[in-house]
Ligand binder design. Structure first.
Ligand code: HEC
Ligand code: HEC
Length: 373
């Protein structure tokens, strides 16, 4: 009962709250993270860059300073894995925009590699679907999965919770953030709060959008290219011959994803069914989450299976028009026969993608390993 050991330098109000909260809590059954004991928490104010939209926070998981602090410890906590060697950060490391050390496939605690590329973690508070196949629809739900995934952290939540419960540091952190006993739902809520603070919004593109800098000529032309249609046959050779990225990776809201699941023409035959593996529907086969393009220069390799090692290869894929299939997006069909980008235009597109790198984000001291609780 760490709460009783915590400092008594509380205001009278806090002390009263604590006392009234104490008794019911001891009898209260774990309610699946649906709130727990009322504790005095400090609201966390998200600083959202001026060129980005407001973030909707789920009503049952308000942002608190205590929750974010706990979430940060848990994100770097190796005891969440079966043999205490792997944390979330093992596969989501800051200097790679919180993706996995340039690896095509991440390797779990048993040395077994998965079959999907680790995803960069940033601006997730604006997103609705998680994982390459979109199988999770909230961060809180997503976070419960890697711990028990047999080829990732390979631990049972009851064991992980027992390890945290045995640590007075975590007893205090959980009590401060949520009150009551430790459970996996509170752990997931805390990590979700931490992830929502991980906002990347100070790339050169953001600075340009806010009118703080002028882009270079190549960057400026690259921005234009992404917003122009590809070689639409109906427009004939006089079509804009742009790079046509904006339908799926729009600049609006500065998120560079439309949040829709699509097929960008990687394969004609699908080995990974993507969303189709979740829903079983024919129209979802080979359909994947449109990822953000932010910090993409830091998060190689690319696509759900990390098949492209460089951004040049990615650009060549779109330039080729992709591989036809029953589910390829009409936005890719437009470009059948290829975008026919000149080497100059490819270089401009690359300049645009590099413009999305945000070193302030990856170096932000608030997102680094906080050490032991
Ligand atoms: C063994 C490596 C590994 C570990 C450990 C790991 N992840 Fe991941 N993470 C991945 C991979 C690979 C994917 C993509 C998986 C997929 O799409 O099926 C992913 C996807 C995600 C996503 C989805 C992002 C998006 O844009 O949809 C989030 C969020 C995430 N991980 C958070 C976490 C958290 C939090 C932890 C710790 C509790 C964690 N991960 C532990 C490898 C890992
Ligand atoms: C039809 C929608 C669509 C269009 C158009 C499109 N993309 Fe994509 N993009 C996607 C999807 C879907 C993925 C993920 C596909 C997968 O992994 O299976 C993706 C992935 C990427 C990735 C890899 C990101 C990562 O984290 O691995 C990059 C980079 C990228 N696109 C850049 C571009 C550029 C540049 C353009 C314009 C030339 C463009 N995209 C046009 C839908 C699209």
């Amino acid at each position: 009962m760490s709460r009783h050991q915590r400092p008594i330098a509380l205001s009278l109000l806090a002390a009263t709250l604590l006392l009234t909260a104490c008794k019911p809590d001891e009898e209260e059954e774990d309610n699946g993270g649906g709130g727990g004991t009322p504790v005095q928490t400090t609201p966390y104010t998200l600083e959202i860059p001026a060129n980005m939209p407001p973030m909707t926070i789920p009503a049952d998981n308000p942002m608190t300073v205590e929750g974010v602090t706990l979430g940060r410890f848990l994100f770097y906590e190796e005891r969440l894995s079966g043999n205490n060697t792997q944390s979330c950060a093992s596969c989501h490391a800051p200097q790679f925009a919180f993706s996995d050390h340039g690896l095509q496939f991440s390797v779990g605690i048993d040395g077994i590699a998965g079959d999907r590329n680790s995803m960069a973690l940033q601006n997730l508070g604006w997103e609705q679907r998680f994982f390459w196949d979109g199988r999770a629809t909230s961060l809180e739900e997503q976070i419960l999965q890697p711990v028990e995934n047999p080829i990732e952290m390979h631990e049972q939540w009851p064991n992980a919770v027992a390890k945290l419960q045995a640590d007075p540091g975590y007893q205090g952190l959980f009590a401060d953030a949520f009150g009551g006993s430790i459970d996996k739902y509170k752990a997931a809520k805390a990590i979700a709060q931490f992830l929502r603070t991980m906002i990347s919004g100070n790339s050169r593109f953001d600075q340009f959008q806010r009118g703080e800098i002028q882009p270079t000529i190549d960057e400026g032309l690259g921005i234009l290219l992404t917003q122009q249609e590809g070689g639409d046959p109906s427009l004939g050779l006089g079509g804009q011959w742009g790079a046509d990225c904006f339908h799926c990776h729009p600049h609006g809201g500065a998120l560079f994803t439309d949040g829709i699941m699509r097929n960008n023409g990687l394969d004609s035959q699908f080995t990974d069914l993507g969303l189709g593996g979740v829903t079983g529907l024919p129209q979802d086969m080979g359909v994947f989450k449109v990822p953000t393009l932010r910090n993409v220069a830091l998060s190689a390799p690319y696509m759900h299976d990390g098949r492209f090692a460089t951004l040049e290869e990615v650009i060549d894929h779109y330039d080729s028009g992709g591989h036809p299939s029953t589910t390829i997006s009409p936005f890719m069909k437009f470009t059948q026969g290829g975008l026919q980008l000149t080497p100059e235009k490819k270089a401009q597109l690359l300049a645009f993608l590099n413009m999305l790198t945000d070193m302030d984000f990856v170096n932000d001291p608030d997102f680094q390993d906080p050490g032991t609780p």
